[in-house]
Design a protein around this ligand. Structure first.
Ligand SMILES: Nc1nc2c(ncn2[C@@H]2O[C@H](COP(=O)(O)OP(=O)(O)OP(=O)(O)O)[C@@H](O)[C@H]2O)c(=O)[nH]1
Ligand SMILES: [Mg+2]
Length: 311
């Protein structure tokens, strides 16, 4: 089943970002380095129009370094796009972002024409953490759950440099099923939007063939590649003592553990997609979406037969 999450405040944020855009010089889109393609908002291109854009891959300290390098090369090869990877809590690398903004909007700066930068991205990606790191203190509230920032907030970094923190937004329809799972795994969605067991099984399905040692080390299970995903979940439950009375293993609890370990980095540095994989998923998602639209149009045609011309 496809996972979707678009609560009402996201509609309002989308509208607020659109209205603010006229007075913004650089737009920073924060992507999760473990799922760059899936965490990119397809609505953003239309919102930011022709503004210079900077992509920040956050949480690079938890992502596979080789894959982060591949994603950066992919973005930096695109026209008018610059990309940097950061651990958003580290001060000196975060300051590279200020230089990048000045390069992208060289005519801005000074009291008369202050630099105005808007930071947007999916929930829980690290927008507020980055702002606090740049500001050097807790200017914005942060937290390990989706939807911590509720209202847009302006932070003055220097007399001539303003940053706008925005609440995280997703988009009304996620057409790539893998993106739905990856977003749920990353913590971008509310806990009631998805089934943890389904998301954990998808995580195991993708990660075990690519990072078998991470699972062997973390859960002390030998030869993980010979296990099915369901068997892995059961083995993890046993390893963690998630066994109910009567000896039944608690796979719901094991699913929660897997997701938690992925989010906290306890499984090591892992990335859920490569640029090539994401391009394939996106093409399939777009095709399925076009077919869905066609079927819907055909159904509506049957429902509403054309009116007979007036006699
Ligand atoms: N390891 C690591 N954790 C990070 C990084 N950036 C943010 N986090 C953690 O991710 C969680 C979410 O961070 P926030 O800054 O609140 O995220 P946000 O994008 O402002 O989220 P919303 O306001 O909900 O949209 C927090 O627990 C942060 O400590 C990073 O670069 N590395
Ligand atoms: Mg926030």
């Amino acid at each position: 089943m496809a996972i979707q999450w678009f609560p009402g405040h996201m509609h309002l944020t989308r509208k607020a970002i659109g209205e603010r855009m006229a007075e913004i010089d650089v737009v920073i889109e924060m992507l999760d380095a473990r799922l760059p393609g899936s965490s990119a908002n397809p609505m953003l291109a239309e919102l930011i129009q022709n503004k210079p854009g900077l992509k920040i891959l956050s949480k690079q300290d938890m992502a596979d370094p080789e894959r982060t390098a591949a994603w950066l090369a992919h973005y930096n090869a695109l026209p008018n796009v610059r990309a940097l990877a950061l651990d958003t809590s580290m001060t000196s690398p975060a300051r590279a972002l200020i230089d990048a903004c000045h390069q992208l909007a060289p005519l801005r700066g000074g009291m008369v024409k202050p630099m105005r930068v808007l930071i947007c991205g999916i929930p829980n990606v690290g927008k507020s953490t980055l702002i606090n790191t740049l500001k050097g203190k807790r200017a914005a509230k942060t937290g390990d759950e989706a939807g911590v920032t509720k209202l847009e907030q302006r932070i003055t970094l220097a007399d001539d440099f303003y940053l706008y923190d925005t609440p995280g937004v997703l988009w009304p329809r996620i057409i790539v099923p893998q993106s739905g799972y990856n977003l749920a795994a990353s913590g971008a969605m509310g806990v009631n939007a998805f089934d943890e067991e389904e998301v954990a099984l998808e995580l195991l399905n993708y990660l075990i063939p690519r990072y078998p040692h991470a699972f062997e080390t973390r859960y002390k299970i030998k030869d993980v590649s010979s296990h099915s995903d369901e068997q892995m979940l059961t083995a993890i439950a046993r390893h963690r003592g998630a066994v109910q009375s009567g000896g039944r293993v608690d796979t719901t609890k094991a699913a929660h553990i897997v997701i938690h370990d992925f989010r906290s980095g306890a499984l090591g540095r892992l990335t859920l997609e490569t640029p090539e994989e994401f391009a394939t998923w996106l093409a399939a998602g777009q095709l399925a979406d076009a077919e869905r639209a066609e079927r819907k149009a055909a159904r509506e045609k049957i429902k509403k037969p054309p009116r007979k011309p007036a006699a």
